[in-house]
Design a protein around this ligand. Sequence first.
Ligand code: AMP
Length: 370
Amino acid sequence: MGTIKLHNKHFKKYISAKKIKIAIDKMASLVAKDCKDEVPIFIGILNGSFMFAADFVRAYNGNCEMSFVKLASYSGTDSTGNVKQLVGLNENLEGRTVIILEDIIDTGTTLEEIYNIFRHQKLKQLKIATLFFKPDVFRKELHIDYIGLSIPDKFIVGYGLDYNGLGRNLADIYQLTTHKMTNIVLFGPPGAGKGTQADVLKDKYNLVHISTGDVFRYNIKNQTDLGKLAKSFMDKGDLVPDEVTIDMLKAEVEKNPDANGFIFDGFPRTESQAKALDAFLEEKGQSINGMVALEVAEDLLVARLLKRGETSGRSDDQDESKIRNRFNEYETKTSILKNYYADQNKYFGVDGVGNIEEITERLSSVFDTL
Ligand code: AMP
């Protein structure tokens, strides 16, 4: 899954486990080269470095020792209040090459404490290896010997790093999502002009347009399993079953992890689709901003669809009884969604009769407020 929720915050995938492995393998071979015949003692700083340390030593080709310490705060009696000490260091380090394994170095405060503590240990040498480094926020004049990946100042979790205790077990690195998407349901009966308008509005507002009808038609054309399944329903003008449609919609959204938002065209069409969409977006810390509906009388639409059927090649546009069935599906299953969104103050009706530009103008004046 592309996004996860930890406590009340949402995170999206940022650095893959594969990329992390490549960085660690590179570090391990660099360190091994520098150590030559020396047997270094690696010291991982808990808790965050446990995964990194395990994978690092696995990739390290040569003899080495491995230990872990924890930096713990205790309230000192001196005026600085907060003094750090090391817990868990039992080895005699005199004369040894010590290489600290840190999961991440940002401001450098922890690193400075480590330097201060190890300064008194009569080491042969002290080296620092960090998997992640945030150069933009590093404030110290301290040397870092090995860096896995330099990253911008983003809050990250996973691969040992946590957000309030959670997320350490994730194999990939995730970053906090901060941007709010604009998600609009473009609504209206068949033939209302949703596809035509979505095409214009997606560029104007830099949104991704997802038309479930188009996705089904694409699958039919390519004779996929999904297409074969959808075809029997579509040919009659029936709705494709919710389970199929909802999963397909989710997959389409997941294909666009960096979208500013979506124009949903032809989805949701049933109340259970609307609820599934809400739940799915909520998992991502997102929501529907509004349903914008093109309102056009049915009689006008039948004529429009028959006309479109002359050129579109769509079998469901060519036969009046199929068209009537689509309206029936709309009236019985879909039009109730107006209330679903109106109850949340998210329904915006727009007159869908007129030329394309006029209608785009009307829709834009609603989009601008969302
Ligand atoms: P459209 O291009 O939006 O008019 O959709 C054409 C056909 O695709 C519909 O008549 C349905 O058979 C199927 N379809 C499209 N979207 C959905 C949906 N959200 N739920 C169920 N069936 C759908």
